[in-house]
Design a protein around this ligand. Sequence first.
Ligand code: GLA
Length: 728
Amino acid sequence: MSIRFNSETRVFSLTTANTLYQMQIGQAGVLLHLFYGPQATGEMDYLVRLQDRGFSGNIYELASQRGYSLDTLPQEYSGSGVGDYRAPAVQVRAENGSRSVDLRYAGHEITPGRERPQGLPYVRPAEDTETLTITLTDPVLGLRVQLKYHVFPAQDVIVRSARLINDSNRPLRLEKAATVCLDFLYGDLDVIHFHGRHNMERLPERQRVSHGGLQVGSRRGMSSHHHNPFVILCAPHATERQGECYGSMLVYSGNHLEEVEKDQGGTIRLVSGIHPEEFSWLLAPGEDFQTPEAILSFSAQGLNGLSRNYHRILREQVIDKKYPQGPRPVLINSWEAAYFDFDAEKILGFARAARQMGMEMLVLDDGWFGKRNNDTTSLGDWVVNEQKLGCSMGALSEGVHALGMKFGLWFEPEMISEDSDLYRAHPDWALQDPGRKPNVSRNQLVLDMTREDVGEYIFQAMCAVLDSAQIEYVKWDFNRSIANSYSHALPADRQGELAHRFILGTYRLLSRLLERYPDLMIEGCSGGGGRFDAGMLFYCPQIWCSDDTDAIERLEIQRGTSYGYPVSAMGAHVSACPNHQSGRSVPLSTRGIVAQSGTFGYELNPEKLTEEEREEVRRQIQDYHRYAELIAQGDYFRLTELDGNPDWEAWMFVSPDRKEALVNLVIRHIRTNGTFPFVRLQGLDPDREYQLEGTDFSATGAALMAGGFAFPMPRWDYEGKQLHWIAK
Ligand code: GLA
């Protein structure tokens, strides 16, 4: 039993292999948060000490207990407007204009397994998953909130969400419905969040949680390149190797907000969920609203320990197990090889050359439909441009398959070009304010995915193409932030629902396609990593990590991504030099090592490679196959601290049986008369002797972890090294 309720003390205890989460039904039915952290026996209600603070008011029926204040108590799901002045989890406007929400315990239930939420991605149940549902109500509003806790004991994960139900006979307007409210009673914590921009996503930034706090989030209609819906709270001394770390990750691809603040008494509160600024949801009598869910985890094993918990839960319970974790087909993508300038002959030429080197799938990127020869036109017109190709998609796909390769195709389903037959026929299918010229980005507008007719059209249009050829893979792109969020199909008082309904529309379309084509693999993409989140991973086992394919910049991007997301989900390709984004030239071997720590592929013109380069690519593909399982299923460790190392980057993989390890190093900046790059390995079996492949050298796991290992002296900038250790 991972969930227990003590009816005498009214304490809930949620237990995983190494963690404990406790709540208590306090006086007047206030649901108090007691503790989240390492496994411990006993109940921690003694931690809640009541203190009468001026200007922190009291619950009416407990007015004489001046220390019992909603403003100072650690709460599990805070209401609003009734005396807790910290960030609320929920805000509601009643029909009479009242904006107060006062939630109290009304009941609970413990059940095996978990239910699937309607229309949303979720963490699939494991064999031992149990669910706690705590019901809170505000009888004045007629609002019922079901807090759901799904416990994953083996993975050290608790998944949370809330369902809000209008039990009254009047409409309620939700103005905020967060997923997570997590109070830490005492102690200092640092917050690490992941910011970025197009071509440089998920850079970790760390700061002490302060009074006044920090807010990060996205109002772009997508989880965004700019702020990932994942935050870490950790002990100020926590490093990659040690220290207590908490994570909160939304399983959601739309607008989100993370708020972290320290209050007057030192309690730290984290609130995370749908961004309330672009959100307002009319809840008619009897209707309910389900928030996206969040994956909470704790590790006392430092940031690497926390990352491993996330890698495991995403690989095992979020990403569909029907997709192999590794190896996946080594692909050649046409984008950086040809951009919009191709015909079938050219693409088949790429395929032939790629196949000779061992590549396994040809992906035809943007430019195959409508009149799309540049980015000003044709999004929405998903009709094969046979004139440009010189043949049908079926014939091209056959040609690729005849070489023994799979075939993949690019789509950008949620977008529309003004210059398209679709827009000319249905201008009201684009999001835009009446009477106002829309904001344009990459010359395109956004389709109204809240509409069923739009979803149906895109579905049919995509099916027509997918049925016309043998297509094993789709790259699903999304190349702008949403603006002018106005739907011609929603009534005025429901326009605030657009952003969330949009994402539900996208999820619906993804689900329908995967139902119709169960063997199809969809790779997520949004101008690279603009929608790199657990919501998309539910449908797409891999996501293009960044449009920046420069191997040196990728070190940062992939490292930042690895805090929350597994390597088996990170799309990474070897591209040409000089690199198209940065102009930098990096040795092919180093480009291979970096792309190998992801879903491996190539994005260059294979016909332009020299014979020597082709030989090297062949070797890289053999290496990829050799190490794919170790990389995709092994434990991943960052060997460079969060602040980065200006001179080099190192990371490693250890197989689940700890018999094998692969250690990677890339030199960023060579130093004349410098020192050997030195790393302390992690995750090895201390008692085993590990041999460095290709040498006579061996050492115990204990020595390599405690004393470390110095790589050979680097010789040039961007040199890459890969060391394979095998247990004797
Ligand atoms: C986005 C993707 C690229 C490529 C282009 C095509 O930027 O991230 O990989 O597919 O669109 O327009």
